[in-house]
Design a protein around this ligand. Sequence first.
Ligand SMILES: *[C@@H]1O[C@H](CO)[C@@H](O)[C@H](O)[C@H]1NC(C)=O
Ligand SMILES: *[C@@H]1O[C@H](CO)[C@@H](O)[C@H](O)[C@H]1NC(C)=O
Ligand SMILES: *[C@@H]1O[C@H](CO)[C@@H](O)[C@H](O)[C@H]1NC(C)=O
Ligand SMILES: *[C@@H]1O[C@H](CO)[C@@H](O)[C@H](O)[C@H]1NC(C)=O
Ligand SMILES: *[C@@H]1O[C@H](CO)[C@@H](O)[C@H](O)[C@H]1NC(C)=O
Ligand SMILES: [Fe+2]
Length: 472
Amino acid sequence: MVAMRWDCPSFALVFAVSFILSIAEVCNGGRTSSFVRNDQLSHDMPLDSDVFRVPPGYNAPQQVHITQGDRMGKAVIVSWVTPDEPGSNSVRYWAENSKFNNTAQAIVLTYNYFNYTSGYIHHCTIKDLEFDTKYYYEVGIGKSSRRFWFVTPPAVGPDVPYTFGLIGDLGQTHDSNSTVTHYELNPSKGQTLLFVGDLSYADAYPFHDNMRWDTWGRFIERNAAYQPWIWTAGNHEIDFVPEIGEDIPFKPYVHRYHVPFKASGSTSPFWYSIKRASAYIIVLSSYSAYGKYTPQFKWLEKEFPKVNRTETPWLIVLMHCPFYSSYVHHYMEGESMRVMYEPWFVEYKVDVVFSGHVHAYERSERISNIAYNVVNGLCTPIKDPSAPLYITIGDGGNLEGLVTEMTEPQPSYSAYREASFGHGMLEIKNRTDAYFGWHRNQDGYAVEADSLWLKNRYWSVSESEELSVASI
Ligand SMILES: *[C@@H]1O[C@H](CO)[C@@H](O)[C@H](O)[C@H]1NC(C)=O
Ligand SMILES: *[C@@H]1O[C@H](CO)[C@@H](O)[C@H](O)[C@H]1NC(C)=O
Ligand SMILES: *[C@@H]1O[C@H](CO)[C@@H](O)[C@H](O)[C@H]1NC(C)=O
Ligand SMILES: *[C@@H]1O[C@H](CO)[C@@H](O)[C@H](O)[C@H]1NC(C)=O
Ligand SMILES: *[C@@H]1O[C@H](CO)[C@@H](O)[C@H](O)[C@H]1NC(C)=O
Ligand SMILES: [Fe+2]
């Protein structure tokens, strides 16, 4: 009886304590948005869609797109495809208000994939451009010639404001079209797009029907011909199908999307770096070897010490597969690469790491998980002001749909997560402050569903933590 009297309350106490603890654990993480949406799969836009229209005229250049062509932003790679014959291989370009026209020569490539034969893929690097200048350029000849324009970035420097858009896992569905439209009409006006991998999803088709690489090129032209898209390779670029004789990984991607990898001492288009305005951008490959002694590892080891934060205060890493994601799908796929590279990210105070792969949005706290040494048991992420912010932005809107299943409770490293399609915008203001906003496709063009001010990790790491402005 006496024991019973003591047992019951103590049982109740244990129960109450464990209940409170489990509540505390649930509250440990950040926010999981309650925004509810229709997560029906969206189909790829049909081949006769307006966005895939072939430009008029014999052999007219199509799939025009540009990317940065050197280390500092004074060169641009112009790429386009001519369907019928190689045609003209030159780009005519001139600065706005200039009296002179220039011409640069391209290289032209073709490739076969199973029974598909590509058009003539042209890549032209135009060099020695002036900073901060609008240029017009033309490709094609006669009635089939087409004119576009771009604006070069300001000279590299610490307090140069610049706005980067962020899109990942885009594909070519109606949702993809909505994402691109929202990016175009965002009043923050992205000047360069950082693309975190998984481009066309042509590999979803039988024999990876490469016609869908062509439709994708025509779809993104309306933006990618006017501002550089900075490319990262994702798993949907691998196109490795030895059963049908396609045993060269990344074949369509490397023929179609050139990047200035040699300018940063890289030996491969899958990892490289550029400087642009006040940012130093390092692109990594989740699907190339990254272990010790591999080419990517050796390159990155030499790369981080080269970053001069007085010149480029903002250090940004792009890679397809996230290190920190609390969604069930692809959970921990980035773990082995995290073990290899996270210590450098913290040591060199990377500001933000943008990834895709997981078809949803998530923002982490500033945390690191680098103390573990196999025997000490220190294997939980902890708050770390030197650590990057990890943002998953794989929510471009492809035919695989959203991932909605999340690990529960929300881990403490996860600050905000929501399964909606959208894009991001990183607005660098000066060496200490930048603003990040995430925009979902269901909202008006100016609405930010999640946003925060970022403090630069090198120049203001000791200042108070960033505050999220709004998460709705
Ligand atoms: C440069 O070439 C374009 C297209 O051919 C033409 O419209 C423009 O007038 C030319 N500019 C000069 C200064 O010759
Ligand atoms: C390629 O092969 C597939 C499967 O046999 C066929 O459906 C398709 O029409 C072929 N395409 C071309 C361009 O020959
Ligand atoms: C894609 O979006 C653009 C811009 O909003 C629109 O003009 C076009 O009709 C859309 N196309 C499709 C197939 O949804
Ligand atoms: C870093 O960049 C600044 C500004 O361009 C320059 O003055 C300084 O010499 C550079 N430091 C090194 C170590 O190169
Ligand atoms: C940097 O930008 C932030 C945000 O716009 C501003 O509050 C701050 O005063 C700026 N710093 C300097 C040194 O201009
Ligand atoms: Fe992916």
